[in-house]
Design a binder for this molecule. Structure first.
Ligand SMILES: [Zn+2]
Length: 129
């Protein structure tokens, strides 16, 4: 994953994606890396595990080590706080998708001038360089 892009945006997408799956069922690292790969994210262990630990420290995930077929595997599940955080992030995502993907800004938009614009506002704008 491009480091700058990840730090700027994709890290949040990946954390939200992880939380989404962890709400539905227990997940483990390798499986999650494959899932993210399926979605076009090349996320290595060096990126994913710190994120899992960060989400756990935040109280959004809880982990339990299980032995499956002789292998120790750390499963992560979302906590109720994690599920709640996902719900809140989801409503923000819906809003963002509306504007960024469908050009449907919330109203009033940032460029919507009030029809009967207030005088002080206008004079200040003209005053600027
Ligand atoms: Zn997925």
């Amino acid at each position: 994953m491009d480091e700058l892009l990840t730090r700027m945006f994709l890290g949040g997408f990946v954390r939200m994606h992880v939380l989404y799956h962890a709400v539905r069922e227990p997940i483990f690292g390798v499986e999650m890396m494959q899932e993210l790969g399926r979605h076009g994210y090349d996320v290595g262990a060096g990126t994913l595990y710190p994120m899992l630990h960060q989400l756990e420290r935040a109280g959004y995930l809880t982990s339990a080590t299980e032995i499956a077929g002789g292998k120790r595997r750390k499963y992560y599940r979302a906590t109720p706080a994690g599920a709640q955080a996902l719900e809140e992030a989801r409503s923000k995502l819906r809003e963002l998708v509306g504007e960024v993907l469908h050009d449907r800004p919330p109203t009033p938009s940032i460029r919507t001038e009030p029809e009967s614009g207030s005088a002080p506002d206008r004079s200040r704008k003209r005053g600027k360089r």
